[in-house]
Design a protein around this ligand. Structure first.
Ligand code: TXA
Ligand code: MG
Length: 326
């Protein structure tokens, strides 16, 4: 299959492009679309052939469910049988469209392949003109995992998606570099208990959620009543480049012997290394992390040294995962 990258315009996708995307789905072929977090490999939530192909293309285990993306808050009612409480609603109204995914009891309309047989469905309204337009045009919410091969870092731009999916999809829609660069926060809220559990850290962190709910449940605690709630995806190795990732507290004392190694930092002091990447702050570093992981692998780099983040806990989480040795 010939894979082409199509640029999204400032105002979004033209109707001709929307037709091409819809036809690709109808032929059972998912389409890569940009979001503010990472690029997603999308298909309508009720197109079983295209969804099956998402799993095949990514080589994704069947027990790893997919997030369903919506364009309007009212679409929750189609996907979930759960009543949304007033606090949850005000949280959603303040952060959506944005990098927060909510786990809710699924409705009968959601096919079991989407939730990997779980009774919960993950729902997010991305801040993506393209997703919004395609959902409207096809009249259906879209499932979308990150648009990488399983185990590789999520793509944050069209070229990185192309690197993994060339020959496997017809269209990659190019919306530029993703603004956040790390996957969404996944949360389960139990409003009657005034509590929330973060299942995957992201840009919307506990301090934001704690403005709405009094009790933070730990992901690993027994208070998560139902093990189905645990995010299956977090048990798989993720985010990892082939290069070895090291989290460094104090870059000043770092000794880099291999000149091709990467150093990624928010510190503006020039340490004199060839491949040093400086960022203004941790959010900028987070935005570029997966892009640099992929660049390092293309250049056969052996080690990536990253300055330990102090504030961005989603960034720290991804670095810790990437630095895990298995
Ligand atoms: O930012 C994001 O969330 C991106 C963009 C494309 O929206 N998507 C993304 O999807 O990161 P993916 O498939 O790469 O990661 C989704 C995570 C997985 O760890 C999966 O196990 C979990 O969400 N998940 C999805 N549905 C679930 C469900 N019903 N119950 C528990 N966990 C679920
Ligand atoms: Mg993923």
């Amino acid at each position: 299959m010939n894979t082409i990258i199509l640029k999204s315009e400032v105002g979004g996708l033209k109707s001709k492009l929307l037709e091409l995307i819809k036809n690709s789905y109808l032929d059972g072929i998912p389409v890569v679309l940009p979001t503010e977090t990472v690029y997603g490999l999308s298909a309508p939530y009720n197109n079983l052939e295209a969804i099956d192909n998402i799993f095949k293309i990514k080589n994704r285990p069947a027990d790893n469910p997919l997030i369903v993306h919506i364009a309007h808050i009212e679409q929750i009612k189609l996907l979930s049988s759960e009543q949304i409480g007033p606090k949850t609603m005000s949280l959603l109204k303040s952060v959506w469209p944005g990098p927060l995914t909510l786990l809710l009891k699924k409705s009968e309309h959601v096919p079991s392949i989407v939730t990997a047989n779980s009774e919960y469905v993950a729902i997010r309204m991305p801040n993506s003109t393209e997703f919004g337009q395609v959902i409207e045009f096809c009249g259906a919410p879209l499932v979308a995992p990150s648009a990488n091969l399983s185990g590789k870092p999520s793509p944050t731009n069209a070229n990185d998606a192309f690197e993994d999916l060339n020959g496997k999809v017809r269209y990659i829609i190019d919306g530029g570099q993703a603004q956040i660069g790390l996957e969404s926060t996944i949360v389960r809220i139990e409003e009657e208990l005034d509590s929330f559990t973060v299942l995957r850290p992201g840009k919307i962190d506990e301090t934001v959620l704690a403005q709405y709910f009094a009790n933070v449940q730990s992901n690993s605690s027994v208070s998560v009543k139902d093990s189905m709630l645990l995010c299956p995806g977090v048990k798989y190795k993720h985010y990892s480049p082939i290069a070895r990732v090291w989290i460094i507290d104090d870059l000043d004392h770092l000794k880099v012997e291999n000149t091709s190694d990467f150093i990624i930092t928010c510190n503006s002091v020039d340490l004199g290394y060839a491949n040093i990447y400086h960022f203004e702050n941790e959010d900028e570093l987070a935005k570029n992390l997966f892009r640099l992981f992929r660049l390092a692998d293309r250049e056969n780099v052996k080690n990536i040294f990253v300055q330990k983040p102090k504030n961005n806990l989603a960034l720290l989480n991804r670095l810790q995962k990437a630095a895990e040795i298995i």
